[in-house]
Design a protein around this ligand. Structure first.
Ligand code: NAI
Length: 441
């Protein structure tokens, strides 16, 4: 049984409420942090090796230390709760069932950054979770954890929850900041990074929900203790949203370093495939990372055991950071059509492109169009190379990673499942008359 630090109290009845959360030791990290200097708290987070849990895996403590403290400008912590990556639902779970953990993390982290005004930006579709957070914030305020002179320390913090309006792009940190400022959510060019010029041009740290929720444990137990959990540069635990053709879909907290084999097959986790249909493919970290064939699930391309770490999940053959991504683990059996699935993802990215950069605005539309005709049995042999060409012209040519995220799944699908694309264009009648899947391309 691996160690739980985020979901260890999730089954305590009433843990959603302040009273129970506090009785279970909640808000101790704020008490402890307020007796430390902000820089000491930053040091603990640095020592922990905690990496950004939104998808990019950037070291959180390093990001915090980039924040400009010399300019004298107000600083902000913004929690990215705009969880929209297809296949990812772990932040929702955390906020819905243990909201005070995020509030506690926000207070402790804001103190470390010297922020007196912080925000949680939550996607509009999570309206019921927004209400849960609002209630938790009101409870925390009544108990003296927010507002002026928190617990008599002299530290002030205002915390607001802001609702997005249904745009995936607003999960990109600079688009999120634009949206929070009341503008259309178009990503900004980086640098400058938000740590230098973010919300209202003030130094701003944007961190994912899960990252911020890990801070209370780190402050309570020390960064060094956190760094003992996990393996190598993948320290700590990670929430994984698991879906698809598995026995036990849901949200899991795993210790980084767990083998993918154990995660897939042990009854403590996914429990294996949901039926006797064989595994065909999997997406380890949400729709923005490459789909991989079954033969790459348990072993890396080098033949090593595949682990649930940033490093081990990184040989998709594309310029991705890590395929651990946002932890959206999607499993497909052989009844799934890779072309249909890729078209579905492309439809999503085309719809969600903000339209600012032409390779993404135009390219995602072309990807969707060509994939749709292949999927519906009207594709041409040259369409496969055309798709490859389009995706290669999007990748790396846009302001934000949405373009890459649209390109990589297409490239990976062609690279690993080209025979399935060829089957679609060579046997259009079979495609038109088939059931919803292709079992034996
Ligand atoms: P990124 O690698 O550009 O940045 C990561 C973080 O590090 C950012 O906060 C950035 O400001 C900071 N950073 C990097 N270099 C810096 C420097 N020199 N100085 C100061 N700060 C610096 O990646 P990004 O765009 O934040 O995230 C991309 C990832 O997001 C993808 O890998 C994807 O997996 C994930 N994603 C997650 C979604 C979700 O719903 N959780 C949705 C869509 C994508």
């Amino acid at each position: 049984m691996s160690q739980k630090i985020l979901l260890d109290k999730i089954n305590v009845p009433g843990i959603k409420t302040y009273e129970v959360y506090r009785r279970e030791g909640g808000y101790a990290s704020v008490e402890k942090a307020l007796k430390m200097t902000p820089d000491e708290v930053v040091e603990e987070v640095k020592t922990s090796g905690l990496r950004g849990r939104g998808g990019a895996g950037f070291p959180a403590g390093m990001k915090w230390s980039f924040i400009d403290k010399k300019s004298g400008k107000p600083r902000h912590l913004v929690c990215n709760a705009d969880e929209s990556e297809p296949g990812t639902f772990k932040d929702r779970f955390l906020m819905e069932y243990i909201p005070h953990l995020l509030i506690e993390g926000m207070i402790t982290s804001s103190y470390a950054l010297g922020a007196n005004l912080s925000y949680i930006y939550i996607r509009g579709e999570y309206m019921w979770v927004y209400k849960i957070l609002e209630r938790a914030i009101a409870e925390a305020r009544n108990a003296g954890w927010l507002g002026k002179n928190i617990q008599g320390s002299g530290y002030d913090l205002e915390l607001y929850v802001h609702c997005g309006a249904g745009a995936y792009i607003c999960g990109e940190e600079t688009a999120l900041i634009e949206s929070l400022e009341g503008k259309r959510g178009n990503p900004r060019i980086k640098p400058p990074f938000p740590a230098v010029s973010g919300l209202w041009a003030n130094p701003t740290v944007v961190n994912n929900v899960e990252t911020i929720a890990a801070v209370p444990w780190i402050v309570n137990n020390s960064g060094a203790e956190y760094a003992k959990i996990g393996i190598g540069r993948s320290t700590g635990t990670k929430l994984i949203s698991a879906s698809g053709h598995i026995k036990n879909p849901g949200v899991y907290e795993i210790e980084l370093g767990l083998s993918v084999y154990e995660f897939m097959n042990s009854d403590e986790y996914l429990g294996g495939m949901s039926s006797d249909r064989p595994l065909k493919a999997f997406v380890p970290g949400g729709s923005s990372v490459p789909v991989l064939p079954a033969n790459l699930i348990y072993k890396t391309a080098n033949g090593e055991d595949r682990l649930m770490t940033y490093e081990s999940l990184s040989d998709g053959g594309f310029a991705t950071g890590s395929m651990l991504g946002s932890g959206g683990f999607i499993v497909y059996n052989d009844t799934s059509c890779i072309v249909r699935n890729t078209w579905n993802f492309s439809r999503f990215y085309h719809h969600e492109s903000c339209g600012q950069c032409s390779p993404c605005r135009e390219g995602t539309g072309w990807l969707e169009k060509v994939l749709h005709r292949i999927e519906t049995g009207t594709g041409r042999e040259e369409d496969i190379d055309l798709l490859w060409d389009i995706q290669s012209k999007i990748e790396g040519n846009t302001i934000c990673p949405l373009g890459d995220a649209a390109a990589w799944p297409v490239a990976a699908a062609i690279r690993h499942f080209r025979d399935e694309f060829e089957y679609h264009v060579r046997f259009p009648e079979k495609i038109k008359n088939r059931d919803h899947f292709v079992a034996e391309p």
